[in-house]
Design a protein around this ligand. Structure first.
Ligand code: 13P
Length: 249
């Protein structure tokens, strides 16, 4: 777990998944072809965390959640705490996903509280950053990413962190960033993280599928994928894992 593997292939199920179909998903997962090189992770909705925790662990898949609130417990109707995620067997928690930033208006100040709460409770944040199309077209991508990463300033660099670069215009659109855009942007993200004293994995996300995973994983500075739609079916998820294993070989 953590930095021991070369790639992480993480499935963000978003608001998808019922109990029965998700148990069949786990049943249909085949063996990880390169467990020492590729870590598999699944982030189902909260309602499935407890039920999937054991079956996923038996298949060598790490469990994560898609979000959380920053308090441990209390009068916060509708919220889930980091302690509850630990109790359900989570290792990762996605924070800063563009859907949370844009739809739920989560900004830097709130995200810093959530990052700190994740670390205080032994979770590894999978911290998402990414620019909108207008920002890329206006040439402000690096500025946007730098601002999103500035939330990490002053945090303890020994605490575990995975970053996911997900250009918003590539999410759910079938449009992926080109290998040149991916390499260039990942180089910038790694450089910015280094400036903040961090060396960590940077995953790519945005319309990753079985057909494009190998070329994306082969890009310089890419340490895995955060996969939405293509992670909902065991066969396409495993094909992406296999693509990462080929690149790692
Ligand atoms: P898609 O793979 O469906 O584009 O979603 C990407 C994503 O948002 C993963 O967090």
């Amino acid at each position: 777990m953590g930095d021991s593997t070369q790639f992480v292939i993480a499935g963000n199920w978003k608001m998808n998944g019922m109990l029965e179909e998700s148990l069949s998903f786990v049943d249909n997962l085949t063996e990880n072809p390169a467990p020492n090189a590729v870590e598999m992770a699944i982030m189902p909705p909260y309602t499935l965390l407890h039920s999937l925790s054991k079956p996923l662990a038996e298949k060598g898949v790490v469990l994560g959640a898609q979000s959380m609130y920053f308090e441990k417990s209390g009068a916060f109707t509708g919220s889930i705490s980091p302690l509850m995620l630990r109790d359900a067997g989570c290792h990762y928690v996605i924070l800063g996903h563009s859907e949370r930033r844009d739809i739920m208006h989560e900004g830097n100040a709130l995200l810093r509280k959530k990052l700190d709460a994740a670390w205080e409770n032994g979770l590894e944040p999978m911290f998402c950053i990414g620019e909108h199309l207008e920002e890329r077209e206006a040439g402000t991508t690096n500025e946007v990413l730098k601002n999103q990463l500035s939330v990490l300033a002053g945090t303890d660099v020994s605490l575990p962190l995975t970053v996911a670069y997900e250009p918003v215009w590539a999410i759910g659109t079938g449009k992926t960033a080109s290998p040149e855009q991916v390499s260039e942007t990942h180089a910038f993200v790694h450089q910015e993280l280094a400036r903040l004293g961090r060396k960590c994995r940077v995953l790519y996300g945005g319309s990753v599928n079985a057909g494009n995973a190998e070329s994306l994983m082969a890009c310089e500075g890419v340490d895995g994928a955060l996969v939405g739609g293509a992670s909902l079916k065991a066969d396409s998820f495993m094909e992406i894992v296999a693509a990462a294993a080929r690149v790692a070989a």
